[in-house]
Design a protein around this ligand. Structure first.
Ligand code: ATP
Ligand code: MG
Length: 427
């Protein structure tokens, strides 16, 4: 036998036993964002490498070490998208969606690729649903986006497991001033810094704020705080945002050390985190990126967005037992059929039932076999009812109804009466 080929490490198959949960999640998100007026946009999985270098920033983890970048057959450098925001902005600019101060409310969903160390909640191909809005510079849209995520958690039954971490990272100028102060402070204590942070001191010092090293975190307790460097506009923006969250009843924790991995953020940044998933506790993250559109060649347009990780959300639904029983892949009915006439009758009856009862999930046995083996399959399918047709039933336009789970008498009735029975009993 030849050797079996395996999937690429960190890139998972989604098996039939898991897909119903994904569909439920995706449909719930699409429904909630749709109720706020967001429309779906789809863009390719590969883009020119330059797009991500220019938007995410050269000295970020993603661009430095996580991108899947290849030369295509024409020797152009292309990259499997590591995130969706840059692609979304690229698509909007390319198609004029941001011209003439248009406002856009958009969402997207799909696989993202990052060369990371695979572990629970951290994959190399993972899936995000992202939401972006453009053309609105005021804090009302920041609030709207956060409020809609809160509604989503409520809808999914995971509100209690999530807390909102909130911060403002101010304007570019404010951040530059703060960076200087932070670097001066940390340079004076460089011997207490972890190795990664020492590197970041020259490349991307703000990222030191979310270092995982306890020593570095301890050192940061006495470091200058970003809050003290915020510009007046960012302060007012943040005050308006928190006031709006207050009236909407969305609780938040101020986290002055919350910075985002990507370069393009400004003002508002936020993360929804849980303590139920170990180290991979951030389920949804985002922020404002007013400079990004210009950075990618457009006229300046305000933007804000976030993305949630579908795998982490699924893990959270499992961890909190928030998976509704109704997302059951089992059919309602399994048709058991033996005999030549019966086969014809079964197909006709099945199609008639599917026409009459659009919500009915009905599996017709295919592939032959004895009644006994078919009943085993019917039972295994999880169906509530088996409809049994042999040649005798077929000749008399009858069908035998057998309950596979409930303790009820089987009955034989006219085929024309089955739809009414199924509708009354199951739907
Ligand atoms: P982390 O700090 O966990 O690496 P990040 O800041 O790199 O996350 P973002 O780029 O903000 O993540 O992506 C938004 C969300 O996408 C994350 O909050 C997470 O839920 C999910 N996500 C990011 N990277 C991965 C991954 N490698 N595997 C699974 N989910 C991921
Ligand atoms: Mg990351």
């Amino acid at each position: 036998m030849s050797k079996k080929i395996q999937s690429i490490r960190g890139m998972n198959d989604l098996l039939p036993s898991e897909s119903a949960l994904w569909q439920y999640l995706e449909q719930t998100v699409a429904n909630v964002v749709g109720r706020y007026g967001y429309q779906e946009i789809r863009f390719p999985i590969v883009e020119q490498t330059e797009l991500f270098k220019r938007s995410i920033g050269e000295v970020t983890d993603i661009v430095e070490k996580e991108m899947y970048t290849f030369a295509d057959r024409n020797d152009e450098s292309i990259t499997l998208r590591p995130e969706g925001t840059a692609c979304c902005v690229r698509a909007c600019l390319q198609h004029g969606l941001l011209d003439n101060q248009q406002v856009q409310r958009l969402w997207y969903s799909g696989p993202m690729f990052r060369y990371e160390k695979p572990q629970k909640g951290r994959l190399r191909q993972f899936h995000q649903i992202g939401v972006e809005s453009f053309g609105m510079a005021s804090a009302d849209i920041d609030a709207e986006m956060i409020i809609l995520t809160a509604r989503l958690w409520q809808q999914l039954g995971v509100s209690d497991a999530l807390t909102l971490q909130l911060n403002s990272i101010g304007s570019l100028a404010a951040r530059a001033a703060y960076k200087d102060a932070l670097v001066t402070y940390l340079n004076a204590h460089i011997e207490q810094l972890d190795e990664d942070s020492v590197k970041r001191l020259t490349t991307n010092p703000l990222r030191i704020l979310d270092s995982k090293s306890p020593e570095t975190q301890a050192l940061l307790n006495d470091a200058p705080s970003l809050v003290d460097y915020l510009d007046e506009e960012s302060k007012a923006h943040f005050a308006e945002l928190t006031a709006l969250l207050d009236v909407a009843g969305v609780a938040y924790t101020l986290n002055p050390r919350l910075v985002r991995g990507l370069d393009y953020y400004s003002k508002t940044v936020f993360e929804w985190v849980t303590d139920k998933l170990g180290a991979q506790g951030t389920v949804c993250a985002g922020g404002r990126y007013d400079g990004l559109v210009e950075q990618l060649g457009g006229k300046p347009v305000a933007g804000i967005g976030f993305a949630m990780g579908i795998e982490r959300l699924c893990l959270l639904l499992e961890a909190t037992a928030a998976i509704p029983a109704s997302i059951n892949a089992a059919p309602d009915v399994y048709v058991v059929v033996a005999g030549d006439k019966a086969k014809l009758a079964a197909v006709a009856l099945a199609e008639q039932l599917r026409s009459e009862l659009p919500n009915l999930k009905l599996v017709t046995h295919c592939g032959g076999g004895s009644f006994k083996s078919q009943f085993k399959k019917a039972d295994k399918s999880g169906a509530a009812i088996a409809l049994v047709i042999g040649d005798d039933e077929a000749e008399q336009a009858l069908v035998n109804v057998k309950w596979l789970r409930a303790d009820k008498e089987q009955q034989t009735l006219a085929q024309s009466a089955v739809a009414a029975l199924l509708s009354a009993e199951l739907l």
